[in-house]
Design a protein around this ligand. Structure first.
Ligand code: SAH
Length: 250
């Protein structure tokens, strides 16, 4: 384990930026990021900020100048390379706004590689604001010190999702009507995986049959209680991370 560097301090603000970073790179921030640094964090010239570009990794930077609506920074040194994210996709049926916001935030914290929302017949919600969704994911990644953002796909119809399903990716299907116990199914299928969870009203019979007909599908149970969609998604991720993801000692 490398010694914890004294600089930048652990309290330094973390931000994802849209430009590639390198030693000596000048970074100009405006809009909400500049507002956050100057008004919320009261950043001043010389202060440390940790920047991530979702490409090279995490960098220590210094504030060079703060203007009325912009902040200029200079990237100094690379602190960590962009991490390898476990190859786990979450395919949650779209849920009502607040509940889906929770899924976006917590799935990011728990460490998924991609979030690919599914539209199913019993979905109450049918739209996801891409900018808002991305802002939630980025904020969660900043908060939990990820150096890689989860990929965020636009919602796709379940049929389309199943039709284009990659041959090498196991599709764990959270079926409240029963399946293999989640932890043992997760331990038995290594390699690229995904977890599909249903909406408020569950999957209908035709959908359940279509999912089960997919050769890569493995029906799993998350216990004897009927969980809400968001609980099923988050409990499923945590279980997989502990058994086969990067919480496991393998
Ligand atoms: N209203 C439905 C339940 C929907 S629960 C009903 O009463 O039948 C929402 C989703 O969470 C389900 O579609 C399923 O994907 C998942 N889920 C909930 N409880 C589960 C369990 N015990 N095992 C596996 N999946 C579960």
């Amino acid at each position: 384990m490398p010694a914890t560097p004294a600089w930048p301090p652990r309290s330094a603000p973390r931000l994802f930026v849209s430009q590639p970073l390198s030693a000596g790179a000048q970074v100009m921030l405006d809009g909400p990021q500049a507002h956050y640094l100057t008004r919320v964090m009261r950043a001043a010239p010389g202060d440390a900020v940790v920047l991530c570009d979702d490409l090279t990794g995490e960098w220590a930077a210094r504030v060079v100048h703060t203007g009325k609506r912009s902040v200029e920074l200079l990237a100094a040194m690379c602190l960590r390379q962009r991490e390898q994210v476990p190859d786990f996709w979450l395919c949650p049926a779209l849920l009502k706004k607040d509940r889906f916001d929770l899924v976006l935030e917590k799935a990011t914290e728990l460490g998924v590689r991609a979030i690919r929302p599914a539209l199913t017949r019993r979905c109450v919600a049918d739209k996801l604001n891409p900018e808002r969704a991305r802002a939630i994911v980025v904020e969660a990644a900043e908060q939990c010190a990820r150096t890689a953002l989860p990929e965020l796909a636009a919602p796709a119809n379940l049929d389309a999702l199943l039709r284009g399903w990659p041959a090498d990716r196991t599709l764990f299907f959270a079926d409240e009507q029963g399946g293999a116990p989640a932890a043992s199914a997760f331990a038995a299928h290594r390699g690229p995986v995904a977890l599909l969870t249903g909406p408020e009203g569950g999957f209908d019979d035709a959908e359940r049959a279509a999912i089960r007909a997919c050769p890569q599908a493995v029906a799993i149970s998350l216990g004897p209680r009927i969980l809400r969609g968001e609980t099923a998604a988050l409990a499923g991720i945590a279980t997989w991370m502990a058994v086969a993801g990067d919480w496991a000692a393998n």
